[in-house]
Design a protein around this ligand. Structure first.
Ligand SMILES: C[S@@+](CC[C@H](N)C(=O)[O-])C[C@H]1O[C@@H](n2cnc3c(N)ncnc32)[C@H](O)[C@@H]1O
Length: 386
C-alpha cells in the first residue's frame, strides 16, 4: 500500500504514537519505541492481511478496523503459500509483531554509523525502522521472493525511505567481504548459514531466530557475536516463533498418525505429557536433545490429546497419553532420552533457556549448544545447510 487513507476516520499518527507508548511501557528502550511511533506501519501492509488466529482484515470492508489492527502489537500475515493460489494457506510472509521486532533490534545493539544487513525484507517495515535509525546508506535488506522485494522497495520509497533492497537468498548474501556490523534475520534457521560468518566483520553480531530441529514449532532468538576466526557464539535471548527460511524448509519427520502401531507400550505413573504441555518447558526440552520434534494429536474417542515426539534423524517416535501410557516405535529410546534430559536439567538447578547458548564454528562445520558458557557443551551437531 502506498499511503492510502481514504475512508479512514482515524488518525494513523495517534495510533502509531500509542503503539510506541505501549512498547515503551513493556520495557522497549525509548530510542527504539520512538521509531515505532514515527514509522507508518500501515504503509507497508497490503489491503488484506490476517492475524495469527486467521481473522482476515480487509481495508475495503472496514478501513478504520484495518488501520487499528495495523498499529496493534500483532504479527500480520501478508502472504500465504509463497503467493501461489489454491494452497493450504501456510503463512510465508508477514509483518512481525512490533514487540518481537523491538526485542530483536534491542538484541542487535545498533549504534550510529553501523552497516546492517537484514535478511528477510518481507513488507519492508523493519527496513524502514532500520533506515530511520541508521540512515539509508547503512541499511541493506535481502528478500528471497522477488515480488515481495519489489513491493517493499516501492512502499519504502513512497514513504521516503531509500535503503538498498535486493532480491535473492539471504542465506548467501552477495557481499564480497565482511562489511556488516550487524546481520538481523527475520526467518528461522536450524543451521546458521556459514556465509553469514563471512559477511559480518569480526566483533559484529548476528541476531537470528534459530531452532534446534528442522520444522520445530517454536524457536529461540540466537544473539551471536562473531569472532573473526570463523566462529560466532552467544546466549539465547528467549523463545520466539518465526517462519522458516525458504532454504531450510526441511520436512520434519512425519508425526505418527493415531493408528500407527507402537512396538512397545509402557505404563508410567502420573501424566507423561506434563512437561511437554507447559510451553516454556517444551521449548527447553526441545533444546536439550538434538533432532527431535513434538506436536499434539487426538485418538478417536479420546477426551484429551496425546503428545507426539518424533526423531528427526530416524523413524522413531513416541506417543504420551493422559492415562500414563507411553507408546513407542523404532530404535531410538525417546522416552529414556526425555527422562535423562529432565534429570540432567534438574541436576543443573533447572536453568532457564536464556542460560543456554549456541556456538557456530565454520572451520569444524559444527553447531554446539552449551549451558552457561561455551566450554560446557550440551550437544554438538554436524548438520549442514542444505
Ligand atoms: C517474517 S517475514 C519478514 C518480516 C519483515 N522483516 C517485515 O518487516 O515485514 C520473513 C520474510 O523472510 C523471507 N525469506 C524466507 N526465507 C528467506 C531467505 N532464505 N532469504 C531471504 N528472504 C527469505 C520471506 O519471504 C518473508 O518475506
Amino acid at each position: 500500500m502506498s499511503g492510502q487513507t481514504e475512508g479512514m476516520t482515524l488518525d494513523y499518527g495517534l495510533l502509531a504514537r500509542a503503539l510506541g507508548t505501549e512498547l515503551a511501557d513493556q520495557g522497549t528502550p525509548e530510542r527504539l519505541a520512538e521509531l515505532f511511533a514515527r514509522v507508518p506501519r500501515h504503509r507497508f501492509l497490503p489491503h488484506q492481511f490476517r492475524t495469527i488466529d486467521d481473522t482476515r482484515y480487509d481495508w475495503a470492508d472496514d478501513p478504520d478496523l484495518w488501520l487499528r489492527t495495523a498499529y496493534s502489537d500483532r504479527a500480520l500475515t501478508t502472504q500465504v503459500d509463497d503467493g501461489a493460489d489454491g494452497g493450504m494457506g501456510i503463512p510465508t510472509s508477514s509483518s512481525s509483531a512490533p514487540s518481537v521486532m523491538a526485542q530483536m533490534l534491542d538484541a542487535a545493539d545498533l549504534r550510529p554509523g553501523q552497516q546492517v544487513l537484514e535478511v528477510g525484507t518481507g513488507t519492508g517495515y523493519n527496513a524502514a525502522l532500520l533506515t530511520e535509525l541508521l540512515g539509508p546508506d547503512n541499511v541493506t535488506s535481502i528478500e528471497v521472493d522477488e515480488g515481495l522485494a519489489d513491493t517493499a522497495r516501492a512502499d519504502l520509497a513512497a514513504a521516503g525511505y531509500l535503503p538498498t533492497i535486493l532480491a535473492g537468498d539471504g542465506e548467501s548474501p552477495p557481499a564480497l567481504a565482511a562489511v556488516y556490523d550487524r546481520l538481523i534475520a527475520t526467518f528461522t534457521v536450524a543451521v546458521v548459514p556459514w556465509r553469514w560468518l563471512d559477511v559480518v566483520r569480526s566483533g559484529g553480531r548476528i541476531v537470528t531466530p534459530w531452532a534446534p530441529s528442522p520444522g520445530a514449532p517454536v524457536g529461540l532468538l540466537a544473539v551471536l557475536d562473531v569472532d573473526g576466526g570463523g566462529r560466532a557464539a552467544g546466549k539465547f535471548a528467549g523463545a520466539l516463533s518465526f517462519m522458516w527460511s525458504r532454504s531450510q524448509r526441511w520436512p520434519s519427520a512425519p508425526m505418527p498418525g493415531p493408528d500407527a502401531q507402537p512396538d512397545q507400550v509402557e505404563q508410567v505413573s502420573g501424566d507423561p505429557r506434563e512437561a511437554w504441555l507447559d510451553g516454556d518447558m517444551a521449548v527447553l526440552l526441545s533444546l536439550l536433545r538434538p533432532d527431535w520434534a513434538h506436536g499434539m494429536g487426538m485418538e478417536p474417542g479420546a477426551e484429551e490429546p496425546h503428545v507426539r515426539v518424533v526423531s528427526t534423524s530416524c523413524s522413531s517416535w513416541m506417543r504420551l497419553h493422559a492415562d500414563g501410557r507411553v507408546e513407542s516405535a523404532g530404535n531410538r529410546p525417546l522416552w529414556g532420552e526425555f527422562a535423562d534430559a529432565l534429570t540432567w536439567w534438574r541436576a543443573q538447578e533447572s536453568p532457564p533457556v536464556t542460560e543456554f547458548g549456541l556456538t557456530v564454528d565454520r572451520g569444524r562445520s559444527v553447531q554446539t549448544v552449551w549451558l552457561h558458557s561455551p566450554d560446557t557443551a550440551v550437544w554438538t551437531s554436524h548438520r549442514h545447510p542444505a
